[in-house]
Design a protein around this ligand. Structure first.
Ligand SMILES: *[C@@H]1O[C@H](CO)[C@@H](O)[C@H](O)[C@H]1NC(C)=O
Ligand SMILES: *[C@@H]1O[C@H](CO)[C@@H](O)[C@H](O)[C@H]1NC(C)=O
Ligand SMILES: [Zn+2]
Length: 442
């Protein structure tokens, strides 16, 4: 309805009052200075791969930081891939600081498969906000800032310095983002004692927390063998050599999956192996030459290790069983992340009393009225691994409970109530972790 029409055609005092009331409530619905509006605004800044543009989201986050009175600085280790650091100084800056991390980028979205445009951040009548990045992980970026705004508003002063980092490129491995930042002089100077990074939604009433990531290997095996006519039966062809290995690898995959199916482990605790490509054959104008056995064949596998897995044993298995030289096979392993920290310990953050950060974190969740599920290993990777590599304790956590797990999925959404509740949870976490003084050094 057009407002001008209402004014010109309905001049009775009652209608006028009604109109005024309606406009007031309309204004309050559309208010731009609320946490929800800022969340929606941030979601509308498209930072999907393959070409995320970080200029607008970084400016937007800086404007929020400034409105709260926080210092913001950007570092550019790789051109056009800024790292934004927002700082809330503690009263005792000699204590190790704490960092709350989130990434600026998102995976792409296929708009035709969504019920609402993926960068509209539309809020449906039931309060669901639909957008790519709603769960992964633009929610936590705004929640961190809003939690600090609220704490500051109550005149809370942190003892330790609190930093918020907003990094590029997590979804493509973080090598130009968090890896650069964590390896920098600037990061070293922050004297970081603890990192909180993104986690995942929980379908029940418990929040999930992750204390380790699985580490990926890209494994390629190659076979060679004598070529021959497609009608011949002979030993040691390239395809035959490769297929024998594929069978061996499939059996290993099943042995791991069987442990999951039998309830003896969850997926993130076993070594997962998935075939991702097969490459062989001699191309012809309409496909492949069908009457010729090729002399080369290869296959690629995505292998993921829990941090406690024995990498040497796996290398031996690949050398002896998956790609034995005796069957004219070779292999290549590209390690996409390490399994150990710089002191040779598994990349795991302790979730018991040996880690004082854990106790304080857990207490803060309880104090906020929440509950934690049994700590988990993440099946995939996050930027937290770069901090763990330096020996810095790091947890993955996103306060989303009773929420379907929709990261990287179509129709990713987060409920407004869950988003707002998360701000309160972070007020407890930031308040507690920045106040306790037991850990004086790393
Ligand atoms: C990124 O976005 C900004 C505006 O937000 C624009 O000025 C700039 O040209 C864009 N950069 C590229 C490489 O498209
Ligand atoms: C390995 O390759 C050589 C040379 O092509 C061939 O003579 C031999 O039979 C192959 N052995 C196996 C086990 O494939
Ligand atoms: Zn993420």
């Amino acid at each position: 309805m057009n407002r001008e029409n209402v004014v010109t055609h309905s001049l009775s005092p009652l209608t006028l009052i009604l109109f005024l009331l309606l406009s007031v409530s309309a204004v309050s619905c559309d208010r731009q200075d609320t946490p929800l509006a800022r969340f929606q605004h941030y979601l509308r800044l498209n930072t999907a791969h393959p070409n995320p543009n970080y200029t607008a989201p970084v400016s937007f986050l800086i404007s929020i930081a400034q409105s709260i009175g926080l210092k913001a600085q950007t570092f550019e280790y790789v051109p056009d891939k800024p790292v934004l650091l927002v700082t809330w100084p503690g009263s005792n800056p000699s204590l190790p600081s704490i960092i709350f991390n989130s990434h600026l980028d998102s995976v792409p979205a296929e708009p035709s498969k969504w019920s609402h445009p993926p960068f509209s951040a539309v809020r449906t009548p039931d309060g669901s906000i639909f957008a790519r990045g709603a769960q992964d992980d633009k929610c936590i970026a705004i929640q961190y800032l809003e939690a600090i705004r609220n704490l500051k508003g109550r005149n809370f002063v942190p003892t330790r310095t609190v930093h918020l980092s907003f990094v590029p490129d997590e979804e493509i491995g973080g090598f130009d983002g968090a890896a650069q930042f964590v390896g920098s002089k600037e990061f070293e100077d922050l004297n970081v004692g603890f990192v909180l990074d993104e986690g995942q939604a929980s379908v029940n009433d418990d929040y999930r927390v992750f204390y380790a990531d699985r580490s990926p290997w890209h494994v390629t095996i190659r076979a060679t063998g004598a070529p021959g006519h497609g009608s011949r039966l002979y030993d040691n062809g390239a395809m035959e050599n490769l297929m024998k290995s594929v069978e061996t690898i499939s059996r290993f995959r099943e042995s791991q999956f069987d442990m999951v199916k039998a309830g003896k482990a969850v997926i993130s605790e076993v070594i997962s192996v998935n075939p991702v490509f097969l490459k062989a054959g001699i191309p012809s104008p309409n496909g492949f030459v069908m009457n010729m056995q090729p002399s080369e064949a290869e296959a690629g596998f995505d292998v993921r290790f829990p941090p406690t897995a024995d990498a040497d044993a796996m290398r031996k298995r690949i050398t002896e069983e998956w790609a034995p030289a005796s069957r004219n096979m070779t292999f290549e392993i590209i390690e996409k992340g390490s399994l150990r920290d710089i002191r040779g310990r598994p990349l795991v953050t302790a979730t018991d009393d040996s880690n004082p950060w854990w106790s304080v974190f857990r207490q803060a969740i309880l104090a906020s009225g929440g509950k934690l599920a049994k700590p988990e290993i993440l099946t995939s990777t996050t930027d937290a691994r770069f901090a763990r590599r330096l020996g810095i304790p790091a947890f993955g956590f996103s306060p989303m409970k009773n929420t379907p797990i929709l990261l990287h999925d179509h129709d990713e959404f987060l409920k407004d109530t869950v988003f707002l509740e998360g701000i309160t949870v972070y007020e407890h976490i930031i308040g507690s972790l920045s106040s306790f003084t037991e850990v004086n050094s790393m």
